[in-house]
Design a protein around this ligand. Structure first.
Ligand code: GLU
Length: 415
């Protein structure tokens, strides 16, 4: 029978694999299998045509054992409670792998933001903060950009929160514009961190990045930055897909030219420097590296047997199902797990929050150097855990993280 797990079931199964290896106490596992707190809100928005629409909003705080909940806010028509819970779950373990002083949180609004005017989007963002102001804050829960949200949304949220509290709390959101307490390098951080992870893996496999062929699903905030950095390092990005379809060029897509194209027409389709291809074939191409950089649940038992790449670099959250993991491990595909490879974003969010607390701001080189170092150290810790325990890299990453979180839970006397 085909596997049909929800994102939350996928997340729980990943945790269980690590918990088994670690002989984790049942009480700690019980704490970590579900979020500590979930808040569901209805957000009424006055639309431009005079009517009022009501949107469903969510915030899930999976764990605050190590520190305030931390994680993005997504605007997407497919957002639902199960997905938000799973995304907050992954944030806990992501922050744990990197050793950041945060727990995990995530939020979402069920909306197609492309159908809203700028004014409607602003009212929706402010409405979200009004509905959740009690549970947000720089020492409680700190949102950041995620799918379809950006530094403008963060600015509105910062302002609304400041109006409510009659003072500006810069650290209550990250991913802000530089002028409002944002950090240099934050926009590119997830893509940059993923590339550092990939380079570390290539070194272990004694492979060079130059001339390596790459296929990417997703050319948004994060996928496009990763593509650009890889292109500059001499990799050949032969295929890219997004919701408009796929494009292919066996000699390598000119990423700078594609960025100019998407700046005009948003999607990759119609780019003159490549031929069109069906978007869903992007993972099955004969390339060295495939990169899911869009949404969850895209590498499944159906397409995993057809993956020919040596490396899967997970930039999306939760792109791979447990069955797909099993299949790829058997086929010798190295999967660089999301909670490590896409942690660059939250790492620079942490740097942003530190800079907000100090009121002193770093240069871009300083941010990038610290990010690179943190990603390299975390990669090495996870790699060693993998070697010592003969597990796949995802389980190893969870093991590193679960050890830290369970120790915090016990030190606090929660269980
Ligand atoms: N949304 C990003 C993620 O999934 C960043 C979260 C953050 O910076 O808090 O990791």
């Amino acid at each position: 029978m085909a596997e049909q797990l929800t994102p939350m079931q996928i997340a729980q199964s990943q945790l269980r694999a690590a918990a088994n290896k670690l002989n984790l106490e049942d009480s700690v596992l019980e704490m970590l299998l579900e979020p500590q707190r979930v808040v569901c809100v209805r957000i009424p928005v006055k639309m431009d045509d005079g009517t009022t629409k009501v949107f469903n909003g969510y915030r899930s705080q999976h764990s605050t054992a190590i520190g305030p909940a931390k994680g993005g806010l997504r605007f997407h028509p497919g957002v639902n409670l199960d997905e938000v819970k799973a995304l907050s779950f992954w944030m806990t373990f992501k922050c744990g792998v990197l050793g950041l002083p945060y727990g995990g949180g995530k939020g979402g609004i069920e909306v197609d933001p492309k159908k809203l005017s700028r004014g409607e989007l602003e009212r929706l963002s402010r409405g979200y903060v009004r509905a959740l102001a009690d549970v947000l804050g720089s020492n409680k829960d700190i949102p950041a950009p995620d799918v379809n949200t950006n530094n403008q949304v963060m600015s509105w949220m910062l302002d609304e929160y400041s109006v409510i509290n009659r003072q500006t709390d810069f650290g209550m959101v990250t991913g802000k514009p530089i002028l409002l307490g944002g950090s240099k390098g934050r926009n590119e951080a997830t893509g940059r961190g993923a590339v550092v992870t990939l380079l570390e893996a290539l070194t272990k496999l004694k492979m060079d990045i130059k001339g390596r062929t790459v296929a990417i699903q997703g050319f948004g905030n994060v996928g496009s930055v990763a593509a650009d950095l890889l292109w500059e390092l001499g990799a050949k990005i032969v295929a890219i897909s997004d919701i408009s379809g796929g494009i292919y060029n066996q000699d390598g897509i000119d990423i700078k030219a594609l960025l100019e194209h998407t700046a005009q027409s948003e999607y990759v389709s119609g780019f003159a420097g490549a031929i069109q291809m069906p978007g869903d074939q992007v993972f099955e191409l004969p390339v060295d590296i495939v990169i899911p950089a869009a949404l969850e649940n895209v590498l499944t038992e159906k397409n995993a047997p057809k993956v020919k790449a040596k490396i899967v670099l997970e930039i999306a959250n939760g792109p791979t199902t447990p069955k797909a993991d099993e299949i790829m491990a058997k086929n010798g595909v190295l999967v660089l797990p999301d909670i490590l490879s896409n942690a660059g974003g939250v790492t620079v969010s942490y740097f942003e929050w530190v800079q907000n607390n100090y009121g002193y701001y770093w240069s871009e080189d300083e941010v990038n150097d610290r990010l690179t170092k943190k990603m390299q150290e975390s990669f090495a810790t996870v790699w060693d855990m993998m070697q010592e325990n003969q597990v796949d890299m995802r389980t190893a990453a969870y093991m590193v993280s679960v050890q830290r979180i369970s120790e915090a839970i016990k030190l606090r006397g929660i269980v």
